[in-house]
Design a protein around this ligand. Structure first.
Ligand code: BG6
Length: 459
């Protein structure tokens, strides 16, 4: 029997822009996603945009009832900055009413809300001023964070500042999957710096807040980096990938500083971000209480084709490696490697003073999931059950070896809208049927997980 610690948090994760819908009602202003969909709807899978996500704004009571029935004791979602502060300054009373009712509904039903502040949804008014490239964004974010703590800090005791900050940096400034889809490593580094500064300033606001009796975190995608071989060049490549994708965020959040090697290579390459002298103290004094870790698949790397200097892209430092022996989720094309969870836990133990943490996302995306639907309309997602069980076993081993992991959150509770992929890849314990007024139908994994929760473990 794999038994988990007492009071272990069993739950799921989602975000405001991916579930709420109601994207242009009750005072909410547009985010980059709302505007981008208006401009280029063809880019979004099946032309489903952010207005039509899972309708949680109106159906949250049903969702919370389903969470309770399943035995879940926690749920992570986010607040939409554009709903709470539509112009960045003025509090939207309708947003306060909605979020308080939603969070209180969870609490009344034994589901602890864990609330994140930013899940890729940059307000359009701020993007027009330069988004995270503009230093003023860090103060706007700190004000938003303070407002959220003032409004909900009496009932919310676990907070996160950002979800996977790497993603909006990489996909928006070194790729095309997020707005403003520019490709410029220097701008990406400035965006990364301001994002982390905004994070630290939000933590500072939390420490100063009257409701400073809970805990604050950041949610990071900590995909462990594995080199192709033990050759010097591959090891060096892995070190760079790890420094850029993991340590730049984790060191900053937990230790309050950036890796020195990273600072010096950026300087040599004339890629250092613009900073101010006092920033160092803001980082140093505002570290997190715990870490949320999103884990889907590892990052395998090898030496770059040529050692180009100065660097102009991460590809000059490392490139991806396709491990021929990998186990794969054929429905999403991602590697399945449960041991990654164990390796993350050991790393946090050895290098990050064994900071408390939880799995804030793990899960299996499946396109065309209707293929697995039985005649009763239940998706028989045995592949997902196997996936979760394998990851939980790896997590259990880490906990036995002293890792203070306090929860496991599945991505996600009900299928949800996923940016340009919209509803292509399904991840939920519940299926959402867009053609039937967002009807929620449990999948087989929902029943399996309800049993796991009941027993606080599994055979
Ligand atoms: C996670 C993000 O990394 O991946 C989510 O936090 C996202 O916002 C999820 O929806 C799944 O992504 P995709 O591309 O498979 O739909």
């Amino acid at each position: 029997m794999y038994t988990f610690p007492k009071n272990f948090l069993w739950g799921a994760a989602a975000s405001a822009p991916q579930t709420e819908g109601a994207a242009s009602v009750d005072g909410k202003s547009p985010s980059t996603w709302d505007k981008w969909f208006e401009m280029e709807p063809d880019l979004f899978f099946d032309h489903v945009g952010p207005e039509h996500t899972s309708n949680t704004y109106y159906q949250y009571k049903e969702d919370v009832a389903n969470m309770k029935a399943m035995g879940m004791n926690s749920f992570r979602t986010s607040i939409a900055w554009t709903r709470l502060l539509p112009d960045g300054k003025t509090l939207n009373a309708q947003a306060v009413t909605f979020y308080r009712a939603y969070f209180q509904e969870m609490i009344d039903n034994g589901v602890e809300p864990i609330i994140n502040l930013f899940h890729f949804d940059m307000p359009w008014w701020l993007m027009e001023k330069g988004g995270w490239e503009a230093r003023e964004s860090t103060d706007h974010f700190a004000f938003y964070a303070k407002t959220a703590f003032d409004c909900f800090g009496d009932i919310i005791k676990k907070w996160a500042t950002f979800n996977e900050p790497l993603v909006h940096i990489e996909c928006g400034y070194m790729g095309d999957a997020h707005w403003p889809k520019v490709h410029d490593v220097k701008r990406a580094i400035q965006v990364a710096y301001h994002t982390l500064l905004a994070h630290a300033k939000a933590v500072k606001e939390y420490r100063n807040n009257q409701y400073n009796d809970g805990q604050i975190s950041i949610i990071l995608n900590l995909s462990p980096v594995y080199p192709k071989s033990q050759e010097k060049e591959d090891l060096e490549a892995a070190n760079w990938a790890d420094m850029l994708y993991i340590r730049s965020f984790l060191d900053c959040a937990v230790k309050g500083e950036f890796p020195h090697e990273l600072v010096s290579i950026l300087k040599d390459a004339q890629l250092s971000p613009t900073t101010e002298a006092n920033d160092k103290h803001i980082f140093k004094e505002n570290t997190v209480d715990f870490i949320g870790c999103n884990y889907y698949q590892p990052l395998r790397v090898q030496a770059p084709q040529s050692k180009k200097r100065p660097i102009t892209s991460p590809r000059d430092l490392f490139r991806g490696y396709d491990w021929p022996e990998k186990r794969i989720n054929p429905h999403r094309g991602w590697e399945i490697y449960p041991q990654g969870i164990y390796d993350i836990a050991m790393r946090l133990k050895e290098s990050y003073h064994n900071i408390p943490w939880f799995i804030s996302e793990n899960g299996m995306g499946v396109s065309e999931e209707t293929h697995y639907m039985d005649p009763q309309g239940i998706v028989q997602d045995t592949y997902r059950i196997e996936f979760v069980a394998d990851h939980l076993k790896a997590l259990h081993l880490a906990i036995e070896e002293g890792s203070p992991c306090f929860g496991y959150h599945m991505w996600t509770f009900t299928d949800c809208w996923s940016w340009l992929n919209a509803y292509k890849n399904r991840y939920g314990y519940y299926r959402i049927d867009l053609d039937k007024d967002y009807a929620r139908t449990p999948k087989a994994s929902r029943f399996w997980m309800a049993d796991v929760i009941k027993q606080n473990g599994f055979e």
